[in-house]
Design a binder for this molecule. Structure first.
Ligand SMILES: *[C@@H]1O[C@H](CO)[C@@H](O)[C@H](O)[C@H]1NC(C)=O
Ligand SMILES: *[C@@H]1O[C@H](CO)[C@@H](O)[C@H](O)[C@H]1NC(C)=O
Ligand SMILES: *[C@@H]1O[C@H](CO)[C@@H](O)[C@H](O)[C@H]1NC(C)=O
Length: 809
């Protein structure tokens, strides 16, 4: 400092020398150079000495510094030393501003004598001011697109000092983007310029703050700083950037409309419009626009149409993001559609053998089923089944194919068609299933023979029937179909009593109605059997047969035949009645037979006319004539009875006969005996009849005696079979008929059957047969065989039929 000051002094001295030269030429003027801002009292120069004035006389001469006008007195004079000293702070800048020469003009006034000298003090600049920027912050807005080398003028800094003490240089703080170029635009004025040497990136650094320092040339130099605030303005230098290069999403098919699939998002580092991103589907994706909706603003992709896995499993969307100024970028959205079990299985019948014959073997394939399911994986795995209660099953064959095979035997007659319900179920969750009905019909095979409704048939025909009348009908059914079940009837040919069966019966092949071909006679043929064949029309036909037993029923077509007495009434025989006969003694018996059977042959006897009606009675069923009372002397010797024999048929038939009774103990007493036999012609027949009757009776009696003897031998206690004197067949009773009168001479359970040849007017008596086998069986060892020996047959056929009847019975 002191050195500096010395320098200045020396400088001032040199100036003084120069000035003193000027002083002398200017006649008494003195000039000083003196730095500004010196302390008060600082000595500028010895003015007394410089002007050659006597120091001791200064006070005397009232030396003083005078100033012009009302200016400040900057200097004063020391009257003791004659030195010019600083009286007031001298600020060059306030005195002279930027003027390069700053001179304070003063006058030294002396009196005694009056003398004036000009004193010029040249104020020299001292670096007492720092450079100052007008603002605290310099603000710049620079677009990031600014190119390298772009220049931005900086405000200059002000320094009140002049010359080298003013701003001499600028410095820029360390930074990445700018450097400083300093240029002097006008003399003495320096301008700084920011020069961009690295492009700005708003996206990297939005603001750059720099420190600019202005330095003056003083010693020591002073400096001032300012902050430069650079705001980087955006330029559309960034394309939108997607958050992902590929968006992978999984989307279940059939997702409802408006379901959000994914939200793509792209960001643009730029600002404002430059950073506003819009999304679009690439034009190549035109087809997908039916299915997906892309929100331009939000990037939300949602469903617009049906998503069907079976149509498309993967979608590849190309999305464009575009910013306000058209910068674009792309991203891909890969949508993998996941399968949902939304397709029912489909059942397809590939082939079906229908109808199937009912005789197919179990395990026969009748159809082929194919199942399909459009879903994938498990959703497309299909299981197939059919209902339980049918004789069919599904057998898996190649993939998704099933054979429908029979598991049992089929019977069309039981079930002729089947509704097979096939159910296909996939393995999705929840599973879907579908069903299909298959209608299978079973074709007929002739496997059933006709079956008669009854095991055997019995037909009853009234004898004397009209030829051609129907007597019964047979019916057989065959469950087979159509001709396999159509039944045709026929008679199995055979012989009946030497004649073909067709001469007896005929059958309607369609209806099974059996007709009589001829008129039957019960008395000749009581029953017979034929075989009827029922045959179906199958090929080969099946048949079965049934027995039809025809029973001819009796009709009252035979009137009773009176065997005794002669029906003609010309019997020469006269019954003798002892005079001593008591009441209820048997006097005679009317014997009659009827070729019919049953009721038609049940005979009853009545006296329709009598000489003395009160004397005799006749057993209604036995035909026994008994006295009603004791014979008295007064009774007429000759008694005539007219007896009527009636059968029980409807209408009943009857025959009459006359009986001549002679009440006498001696035949000789009867002179008119011969008269009594009025009918000569019949006497011969009557005679034979009597012989026959007597012989039969004798035989019968003998037989009974033998039986009794045998019985007697076997058992001590004999059993009386007959209590009557007359042991001839006394009545023709219907089977099991009980004689209610109880007074009969025969056991009531004795029945008789008579077989008579027809067409014989003389009623040839053929045989009489004991019929009550039960009694004999119980009591006798000699049974039927003994009786059978009695049988006499007039025809071979008759025997056949009889034996058949036995079998039947
Ligand atoms: C089968 O189904 C049809 C209609 O679905 C029906 O008319 C028929 O009676 C059924 N048959 C059997 C045997 O169930
Ligand atoms: C009858 O059965 C035979 C096999 O025995 C068969 O071939 C034929 O088709 C059947 N007829 C009808 C009408 O079903
Ligand atoms: C009648 O049927 C039986 C079995 O029912 C059979 O044995 C017999 O041979 C058949 N007769 C004729 C003549 O067909």
């Amino acid at each position: 400092m002191n050195n500096n000051w010395m320098l200045l002094v020396s400088f001032s001295l040199r100036a003084f020398l120069f000035a003193s030269i000027v002083l002398h030429t200017a006649n008494g003027d003195v000039s000083y150079s003196f730095p500004e801002e010196m302390k008060r009292g600082s000595v500028i120069g010895n003015i007394a000495k410089d002007l050659g004035l006597d120091v001791n006389r200064l006070s005397y001469r009232k030396a003083r510094i005078d100033i012009e006008g009302n200016r400040k007195r900057y200097c004063d004079i020391n009257l003791n030393t004659g030195e010019l000293i600083v009286a007031e702070r001298i600020d060059r800048e306030s005195l002279c501003g930027k003027k390069a020469l700053c001179v304070i003009k003063q006058e030294l006034i002396l009196e005694n004598p009056l003398e004036s000298h000009r004193i010029n003090v040249n104020v020299q600049d001292v670096n007492d001011n720092t450079p100052i920027f007008k603002k605290d912050i310099i603000k710049f807005e620079i677009r990031e697109s600014a190119v390298k080398g772009a220049r931005f003028l900086l405000e200059e800094a002000h320094d009140a000092d002049i010359g080298t003490n003013s701003v001499q240089t600028y410095n820029l703080g360390q930074n990445k983007y700018f450097e400083l170029a300093v240029a002097a635009k006008t003399i003495g004025k320096l301008y700084g310029e920011l020069v961009l040497y690295k492009e700005l990136d708003r996206e990297q650094q939005q603001e750059v703050t720099l420190i600019l320092t202005a330095v003056d040339g003083g010693t020591p130099p002073r400096s001032g700083t300012v902050a430069i605030h650079v705001t980087v303005l955006d330029a559309n230098d960034n394309a939108p950037v997607f958050s992902q290069a590929v968006y992978k999403v999984s989307l279940p098919e059939n997702s409802p409309l408006d379901t959000v699939v994914v939200t793509v998002s792209a960001t643009d580092a730029d600002e404002g419009q430059n950073g506003e991103v819009m999304y679009e589907l690439s034009h190549a994706m035109e087809g997908f626009k039916q299915l997906f909706y892309l929100d331009r603003k939000t990037g939300v992709i949602s469903i617009k149409g049906p998503i069907d896995f079976e149509e498309e499993t993967t979608f590849n969307l190309r999305i464009i993001a575009k910013d306000g100024s058209g910068q674009t970028s792309y991203s891909n959205v890969v949508i993998n559609v996941s399968d949902i079990n939304d397709n029912d299985p489909i059942i397809i019948v590939k082939s079906l053998n229908s109808p199937i014959p009912e005789n197919v073997l179990p395990g026969t394939e009748v159809g082929i089923i194919n199942v399909q399911d459009r879903d994938s994986e498990n959703n497309g795995q299909v299981r197939c089944s059919i209902q339980q209660n049918v004789p069919f099953k599904l057998v898996p064959s190649i993939k998704n194919y099933f054979s429908l095979v029979t598991t049992g035997e089929l019977d069309r007659e039981l079930l002729s068609d089947y509704n097979i319900t096939i159910t296909a179920t996939d393995e999705g969750s929840p599973p879907l299933s579908s069903t299909k009905n298959i209608h299978l019909t079973v074709a007929d095979v002739n496997d059933n023979p006709p079956v008669f409704q009854e095991q055997s048939y019995r037909a009853h025909v009234q004898e004397n029937n009209k030829p051609g009348s129907s007597i019964c009908s047979v019916s057989a059914t065959d469950p087979d179909w159509r001709q396999n079940g159509t039944v045709v009837y026929s008679l199995l040919s055979s012989d009946l009593s030497g004649a073909p069966v067709s001469s007896f019966l005929s059958i309607n092949g369609d209806t099974g109605v059996i007709h009589a071909v001829r008129s039957f006679d019960y008395e000749q043929l009581k029953s017979f059997k034929v075989l009827v064949l029922a045959r179906d029309n199958g090929s080969p036909p099946l048949s079965s047969n049934v027995t039809v037993s025809v029973f001819i029923t009796d009709e009252n077509d035979n009137s009773p035949q009176i065997l005794y007495p002669s029906p003609e009434g010309n019997s020469f025989m006269t019954e003798m009645v002892p005079k001593a006969a008591q009441a209820r003694s048997l006097v005679s018996k009317v014997i009659a037979v009827d070729a019919d059977s049953g009721q038609n042959a049940w005979l009853s006897y009545h006296i329709i006319k009598a000489t003395d009606p009160g004397l005799f009675t006749i057993g209604v069923h036995s035909g026994e004539i008994r006295t009603q009372r004791d014979i008295s002397e007064s009774d007429n010797m000759k008694q005539n009875l007219i007896v009527s024999v009636r059968d029980n048929g409807q209408p009943s038939l009857s025959a009459t006969c006359a009986l001549y009774l002679l009440i006498s103990d001696n035949l000789a007493e009867v002179p008119e005996l011969k008269d009594m036999s009025r009918d000569e012609s019949s006497s011969k027949l009557t005679f034979y009849l009597i012989i026959a009757l007597v012989s039969v009776s004798t035989f019968f009696l003998t037989f009974i005696i033998i039986i009794l003897a045998v019985r007697f031998c076997r058992r001590r206690k004999p059993r009386l079979l007959f209590d009557g004197a007359v042991a001839i067949p006394s009545a023709y009773l219907p089977p099991n008929y009980a004689d209610v009168e109880g007074a009969g001479t025969l056991r009531s359970t004795y029945n008789y059957d008579a077989y008579l040849t027809t067409g014989s007017r003389t009623s040839d008596f053929k045989f009489v047969r004991s019929y009550n086998e039960d009694t004999l069986t119980a009591d006798l060892t000699l049974k039927k065989s003994a009786v059978d020996d009695l049988e006499v047959l007039d025809a071979e056929a008759m025997r056949d039929i009889t034996s058949e009847n036995k079998v039947l019975n």
